[in-house]
Structures are given as C-alpha cells and as structure tokens.
Ligand binder design. Sequence first.
Ligand SMILES: [Fe+2]
Ligand SMILES: [Fe+2]
Length: 187
Amino acid sequence: MKFSQLEELVLQGLEHERCGVKLYDAALECAVSAELQDEWRRYHAETQRHVTALEEVCKALGIDAEQKTAGRTVVRHVASALVLAIKMARTSSSREAAQLVAAENIVLAETKDHLHWELLGECAELLPPEQAKVLRDAYEQIASQEDEHLYCTKSRSRALWRRSLGLEAAGQRRLGEAAPPAEQAAE
Ligand SMILES: [Fe+2]
Ligand SMILES: [Fe+2]
C-alpha cells in the first residue's frame, strides 16, 4: 500500500467531513419534515464526531491534519459548491423545493464520504498493528453510520421527488414500465 496516498485519502476525508458539518447546517435550514429534521440533526452530530475521529487518525499516523494538498483543495471547492447550491435554493425556491435540493446534495456528498470510509477500512487491515488500531476502531464505529447517511438520504430524496410529482397514489407506473392495455386499464 502507498502510504502517501493513504495520507491523501485521510486528508481528503477530513476536509470532506469538515465541509459535511457545514452542509448539514445549510440542509437543516431547509428541512420542513420533522422526520428529516431529526435525521439531519443526528447526521450533523455524527459528522462532527467523524471530524474528530479523523483528526485522531492523523495523530496516530503522524499526518499533519492541516497539511494542504491539491486534492484537498478540490474537495473543499466541490463541497462548498454543494453548500452554496443549498443556500441558493433556500433563498430562491419554496421551502419544499429547497428541502429536496438539500437531500440531493447530501446524497452527492455522502457518496464520497461513504467511499472514503470503505477505503479507510480496507487500508486499516494493511497497517502495522499500533497504527491500524486507531483507524480500525474509527472504521468500526463509523461505517454503519455512513451506510445510513447515504442509503437513507437516497431513499428520502426519491420519496421527496415522488411526492412532488404526485406519485404517492398506488398503481403509478415505474420508469420504463409499459402502460397496461386499454381494457385492463379500464377495469
Ligand atoms: Fe462522515
Ligand atoms: Fe456521512
């Protein structure tokens, strides 16, 4: 394993988690549904703990947590654009539309977050035991949270779109599904 690239992964992960805290701050401003508010408040708190966990990983692996890299700058740029897009929707659209934008942008951000932790878990297996422990412990606590952040928000985002499209009633056709024959449809 290339340690320099693990260092890059940890630094990108840390940057992404720090931006993730701001993303949830912005998303919470748009949340209309009480269920989503509770969920995003919890994910916000978990993301704050992920920042701390990665700062501890930096210490254990002898990485300067504030070290600048080109990749880290790109991560900050992309994540800031997601936050900005949510704020833009908040000021220019209805609260419901902004909530949907927030959910979609969380899915985009959590896709990368999820990838980072999957890779970090894999790398933990290849480190010397004393360094591996901090990373493995963090991975074991955080991986299932990242599953929830990504998969739940993806399904929330889909449900918000369906509601906005008026597709909540039973019997709506799915994408690509053929229309029923006329006589069957009339039954
Ligand atoms: Fe995270
Ligand atoms: Fe996450």
